[in-house]
Design a protein around this ligand. Structure first.
Ligand code: PHE
Length: 446
């Protein structure tokens, strides 16, 4: 078993690799842009520090103590070893659904990486058409890249925790840091840098609505990879001497830093070209390529660097999404790793194809029901419904179904009693109440 657990640095890198993903470089900047900048960033930081981090520590604890997959972990640790806690495994399924569309979105990035070499769109119309065309018409291209991404994940997952996941992160995470550092340095030379900083850090509270609070909490969950059994699964392979509280804090800081840096880079670029910050999901795929095109050959170099960063961040997250179900199948059905990897990947590969077809011109209508296409349903049911529910359940589980003294003893070997008390109050009262209120509000109940 030894070769199949992380080294200390390996665990931290892999957890950071999972956390730092498209959520940081793609989603965070556009959600910040849509929600008016500074005030949203502050809400986001609060959501990370109080809600995200407490659940991250909670998941890390469950994994480390149970040394089991995300479904059995709850049962093993519950006071009565109650079998009903096995349903904690529903988050594993949510993860596979997310991965099915995360994979083809990474496929879009590959497409843009190629466009960066062959020629970027030079007018706004062309930029919009390139993106719309990719999603609605280029089914073959999308399926091809989706398949390449899934095949890459299979290749890495087959090699296991240490030789596959740990090694991948050991290579890609430093490369990602290097690229972001270079892009940040370049952004600093632009006149618009100051404006980007102001936009991101000067709060305008009038822009805040209940929806922005929801978006901040949702983003905190997504960006820290919570609610899908990932942190539980990775922590189950954590080395004995890893301090789960410290490593959680570290990962949250790295993840937040990357999001903020990506935001600064992207807004500096946007403002340099006088572009809007409210472009939504098209920010990275429509607005940025256009700006890069305006910078000529140098812009192409920046574009390649940028899309490589996005690609690396995406791959390390995608690989982490596969592992919970792989571990579950291995432990629960005594499957071989090979079989578990192929079964999971095959399923998500097919589901991903249906999801991408649901956005296409030819098959969209067929795959649209209850007012939304399949992709939107999958996104909504996971990000907005399953993730908060999982977070809520994890809090209730540790807060009420695990012996407090046991928790206290385990925590006291790695941190102070004060930290434990704060964390315990958060997961027992504050976080579940906050999640419940936000969730009910989103459903329109309150
Ligand atoms: N945390 C990753 C990101 O920010 C996304 C992710 C979500 C990865 C869920 C795994 C699980 O992009």
């Amino acid at each position: 078993m030894k070769t199949n657990s992380f080294s200390r640095i390996g665990f931290i890198l892999a957890a950071a690799g999972s956390a730092v993903g498209l959520g940081n470089i793609w989603k965070f900047p556009y959600v910040t842009g849509e929600n008016g900048g500074g005030a949203f960033v502050i809400l986001y930081l609060i959501a990370i520090a109080f809600i995200g981090l407490s659940i991250f520590i909670a998941e890390s604890y469950i994994g480390k103590e149970s040394k089991a997959n995300a479904a059995s972990g709850y049962q093993i640790l519950s006071k009565s070893q109650n079998k009903n806690w096995r349903w904690g495994g529903f988050q594993i399924f949510a993860g596979i659904i997310i991965l099915s569309f995360y994979a083809f979105i990474i496929g879009w990035i590959i497409d843009y990486l190629i466009i960066s070499f062959t020629g970027l769109p030079s007018t706004i119309k062309e930029a919009e058409d390139t993106f719309t065309n990719l999603i609605t018409n280029e089914i073959g291209t999308q399926i091809l890249f989706h398949t390449i991404v899934v095949a890459t994940m299979i290749f890495i997952a087959l090699k296991g925790i240490k030789k596959g996941i740990e090694r991948l992160n050991l290579i890609l995470m430093p490369l990602l840091a290097l690229i972001l550092f270079g892009l940040l340095m370049y952004a600093m030379t632009l006149d618009s840098f100051g404006k980007a900083i102001d936009f991101m850090f000067m709060p305008d509270w009038s822009k805040i609505t209940v929806d922005s609070i929801l978006a901040a909490v949702g983003q905190a969950f997504f960006t820290l990879s919570l609610g899908m059994g990932i942190i539980i699964t990775y922590s189950a392979s954590m080395g004995k001497d890893t301090n789960f509280v410290k490593s959680s804090v570290f990962v949250a800081i790295v993840d937040t830093a990357v999001a903020l840096i990506a935001g600064i880079i992207i807004f500096s670029f946007l403002f340099a070209a006088g572009a809007k910050s409210t472009a939504g999901p098209g920010l990275v795929f429509i607005s940025l390529p256009l700006i890069f095109a305006g910078w000529g050959v140098f812009g192409q170099v920046i574009a390649v660097a940028f899309f490589c960063a996005l690609l690396f961040a995406g791959i390390t997250s995608a690989v982490s999404l596969l592992e919970p179900s792989v571990r579950y199948l291995i432990e629960k059905f005594e499957m071989s790793r090979v079989k578990a990897v192929y079964l999971t990947s095959g399923f998500l590969w097919i589901l991903g194809i249906f999801a991408l077809l649901s956005m296409s011109a030819d098959y969209g209508e067929m795959l649209t029901f209850f007012g939304k296409n399949l992709f939107d349903h999958m996104d909504y049911l996971t990000s907005s419904v399953a993730l908060p529910i999982s977070g809520f359940v994890t809090c209730i589980f540790l807060g009420y179904y695990v012996d407090k003294n046991t928790l206290k003893t385990k925590f006291s070997s790695v941190t102070s009693v004060t930290v434990f008390n704060i964390w315990y109050a958060l997961i027992r009262y504050i976080v579940p109440i906050a999640i419940a209120l936000l969730f009910l509000n989103k459903l329109g109940v309150i």
